[in-house]
Design a protein around this ligand. Structure first.
Ligand code: J2J
Length: 557
């Protein structure tokens, strides 16, 4: 296994193999095997572009050879930052084929995040769209090439962005289209090795990388596809970013492709456009965060679009109110599946045969019979049955350690290898999980996870900020938004000023504070730490008071 990763202990690895979870297959060969059976069927669709399985497999093989030709080698890390385009799938599978490891980045990430990803992964290459949604990714990439000695290639989706880019060192900028060569026989990657890295939602100032192996991910997508009963008639609409674990493999893009089904990529999650796509392509299932599900339900009530092909909508990533859950089935004319998941591994899902009551009120059961789940109190003891506590888990597709993070791993895992999720949960008598809250220092902004310490660190770098604490503030649409309590150093800064400064710092926009309260001091706990519980309650009270006083003024300033 790649250095810096923690393998599963031998006894458990043997058990997972003996159970048939880990089959010693790599993701690239699995795609080729599917392509061999389903060659002329449609694998990928984006607007008017369609690729059959044969075309996809061929493009993957040619792109892998092209990467080798450009000096990318097995074991190399490559940061991949692309929107929902077929090239995202092609590049990832090409890298799988040659044993190089994609590091998944969100398109919304900026200098702050990418700099860190390049640094920690030691990436040799970075794949960017060009200019996307008004941001010049090529420019950023060239700046990072100057900063990181290891980073020596930038692959750009938009050929014109290569021609139009400012002077770059020779050979650094390459149009993705030119990564194309006669397929080569390449040694197969080791299935127990890392296939790619996902990004952690983060409880620390700097995001952590989650290594996912071929064996563990192939198992996750196979088990999730089996649970949904996917076959070649499945048509999945990828609405959320494809690099989100939920979209990529629950069973998502990878699970659908490996079942011989069709993946339809959505440019944007806009309900009306997606409804047209559903009708045109006969989409059978999709996955949404609650905020999007809410918009879809509202839009569907007015839409004439034919959604009759839709059989299942998965909702997850953030808390789903039961009132929303209850509307999804009747309004969209399909079943609902609640999904609780994490890039680190564990997935719980309601089952197609579950009663409506169960589907509406719980987040379902673990995907694997070998997922082990514990609910513990603050001292680490199991709580009595039915009680709420921190959810701990280990299993055949849950990481054993973040990449190159030994100190953090010592805190994030128990001695016997359980991952401390930081989520508060309880188990019902039927064995369903109900997520009750969270003890980790993260804000879940409509499904986007934002690490409070990361935002605090950026706030503290501002000259007008003496102290800062970031907490979730309630929001009727997003569930939570980012609230900042600031003790000023001199004249108090305005929210807008802080947002502009953090944006200029290169922090991704979804992490910018939405709400600001200026205070004289931060409350402390008995142990001298900032009392975030008190601040969270205070923020909720202030927002409630503001809402009652003036319905339009939902923010402090
Ligand atoms: C409440 N909180 C939830 C839910 C995730 C499938 C689905 C989601 C993710 C994901 C994922 C929740 N109710 N139904 O990777 O494969 C919060 C928890 C969790 C964190 C993980 C998947 N579903 N959450 O959201 O890595 O706090 O993965 O620990 O982005 O989201 O976030 P992330």
């Amino acid at each position: 296994m790649l250095e810096g990763c923690t393998p599963w202990p031998g006894e458990r690895a043997r058990r997972y193999r003996a159970a048939g979870h880990w089959r010693g297959e790599n993701l690239a060969d699995l795609l080729s095997a599917t392509a061999a059976t389903h060659h002329d069927r449609t694998a990928l669709v984006l607007g008017g572009r369609r690729l059959t399985f044969a075309e996809l497999d061929r493009r993957v093989a040619r792109t892998a050879a092209g990467f080798v030709e450009r000096g990318i080698a097995a074991g190399d890390r490559v940061v991949v930052q692309l929107p929902n385009v077929p090239e995202f799938v092609i590049v990832c599978f090409a890298l799988f084929r040659m044993g190089a490891k994609p590091v998944f980045s969100l398109v919304s990430h900026r200098a702050n995040e990418i700099r860190h990803l390049c640094g920690i992964s030691g990436a040799v290459a970075y794949v960017v769209p060009g200019e996307y949604q008004g941001f010049d990714h090529t420019r950023l990439a060239l700046d990072l090439v100057e900063e990181h000695a290891a980073l020596r290639k930038v692959f750009v989706l938009d050929r014109e962005a290569v021609a139009g880019a400012a002077a770059a060192p020779p050979g650094v900028l390459v149009a993705l289209d030119d990564v194309d060569a006669e397929p080569l026989p390449l040694p197969a990657p080791d299935p127990s090795d890392v296939a790619f890295f996902l990004l952690s939602g983060g409880t620390t100032a700097l995001p952590k990388l989650i290594p996912r192996t071929h064996d563990d991910y192939a198992y996750q997508v196979r088990a999730a596809a089996a649970l949904l009963g996917l076959d070649q008639d499945a048509v999945y609409l990828a609405v959320l970013p494809a690099e989100f674990n939920f979209t990529w493999g629950c069973p998502g893009v990878v699970g659908t492709l490996l079942s011989g089904g069709t993946v339809v990529l959505a440019d944007a999650p806009i309900a009306d456009e997606c409804f047209e796509t559903v009708a045109r392509e006969g989409v059978t299932f999709t996955s949404l965060v609650p905020t999007l599900a809410q918009l879809w339900v509202e839009a569907a009530e007015w839409s004439e679009a034919d959604l009759s092909s839709l059989r299942l909508v998965q909702i997850g990533g953030a808390r789903t109110h039961s009132s929303l859950a209850a509307r999804v089935g009747p309004v969209l004319g399909c079943r609902l599946q609640q999904v609780f998941g994490m890039a680190e591994g564990l997935l719980t899902l309601s089952r197609p045969t579950d009663s409506e009551e169960r589907v509406l009120a719980t987040q379902g059961r673990p995907l694997s019979p070998d997922d082990e789940v514990r609910i513990v109190g603050p001292a680490g003891d199991d709580v009595p049955p039915g009680g709420t506590g921190e959810l701990l888990t280990r299993g055949p597709y849950t990481l054993q350690g973040y990449y190159k993070a030994p100190e953090h791993n010592a805190r994030a895992f128990t001695e016997d290898g359980f991952y401390r999720t930081g989520d508060l949960a309880r188990l019902t008598d039927d064995g369903d999980l109900v997520i009750e809250g969270r003890i980790k220092d993260v804000i879940n902004r409509g499904g986007d996870k934002v690490s409070a310490p990361e935002v605090e660190e950026h706030l503290l770098a501002h000259p007008a900020v003496a102290e800062a604490a970031v907490v979730p503030v309630p929001d009727p649409f997003l569930g939570e938004r980012i609230g900042a309590y600031v003790v000023p150093d001199g004249p108090p800064p305005a929210l807008r000023e802080l947002k502009e400064a953090l944006h200029a710092d290169g922090l991704a926009d979804y992490k910018l504070p939405d709400w600001l309260a200026i205070v004289e001091a931060l409350p402390l706990t008995g142990l001298g730490k900032v009392d975030k519980k008190t601040l969270t309650a205070d923020a909720a009270a202030r927002i409630h008071a503001a809402d009652t006083a003036a319905p339009d003024a939902a923010t402090a300033r």
